[in-house]
Design a protein around this ligand. Structure first.
Ligand code: GLP
Length: 258
């Protein structure tokens, strides 16, 4: 794992979007794994601007989202399909057929999950998977105690009064670990303690993001607030400031859209 610490949430989203921008320009037929949640909204806003102002081209790429609710149609404003259409897909040049989310309204949910895995395989696997982190350390909807080798499946969600759907289809932790590159974005002080557990704590199914420690190429982008509980901050900053891989990403002002 590598941890990149930037001053604030806007810069963290900018850096994340620029990493995606670089991957997509290097490989236009990229298979891109996407995530939902408030944290990602700024990343998608940047990607939309890169498309509009700088010609970032989505026409050849395919996207796979981590998860989708069960029990609501994809037309429901609370569905992740609607979230993705609103925040990204409608704003860039990607055809609907190239954007994949599990169908939480499928009659046979087991078959839907298997087909989702098959589709990822058919397209050559996920090149870059974008991830957020839930308050309990979950990635996708891999709630605490999810098997660390799990595949796409139906999952009961931890009870939350504010959230109506009780179940979701989610890529498994094993599905996520199969991608070629992982990029986790966490911002804000509310994520500080769980992020430290995921990055520096023991690997445990209680914090499914900790399984990312097993991934050979996983980078974690955080703002100062979310980095507050990390012990190895000095080392992480040194890596970002000195490793050649990050040279093009260090001057954050230069990453702003023109
Ligand atoms: C949900 C999603 C996750 C996301 C998490 C955090 O649980 N299934 O993929 O990472 O929310 O969301 P937020 O960015 O709003 O904190």
């Amino acid at each position: 794992m590598e941890v990149i610490i930037v001053p604030d949430r806007s810069k963290a989203a900018l850096l994340t979007a620029r990493i995606i921008d670089k991957e997509l320009r290097t490989k236009p037929e990229l298979v891109l794994g996407l995530a939902t949640g408030r944290t990602m909204e700024r990343v998608y806003a940047y990607l939309a601007v890169f498309h509009q102002r700088e010609g970032l081209d989505f026409s050849k790429c395919h996207t796979f989202n981590l998860d989708e609710y069960i029990g609501i149609p994809s037309t429901d404003p609370g569905s992740y399909r609607q979230y993705m259409d609103e925040h990204l897909f409608r704003k860039v040049n990607i055809r609907h057929e190239q954007t994949h989310l599990p169908n939480g309204a499928a009659e046979d949910l087991g078959a839907e999950c298997r087909q989702y895995e098959d589709k990822i395989k058919q397209l050559g696997g996920i090149d870059l998977q974008l991830l957020g982190i839930g308050g309990d350390g979950h990635i996708g909807f891999n709630e605490p105690l999810s098997a660390l080798r799990s595949r796409t499946r139906e999952k009961a969600l931890t009870p939350d009064i504010a959230r109506v759907p009780r179940r979701a289809i989610t890529m498994g932790v094993g599905t996520i670990l199969d991608c070629r590159r992982c990029l986790l974005l966490a911002t804000g002080e509310s994520k500080a303690s769980i992020l430290a557990k995921a990055v520096e704590g023991p690997i445990t199914a209680m914090v499914t993001a900790s399984a990312l420690q097993l991934h050979p190429r996983c980078q974690v982008v955080v703002d100062e607030e979310a980095s507050a509980a990390l012990h190895g901050q000095d080392y992480y900053r040194w890596i970002f400031d000195n490793e050649p891989e990050w040279a093009a990403f260090r001057d954050l002002d230069n990453l702003e859209p023109r």
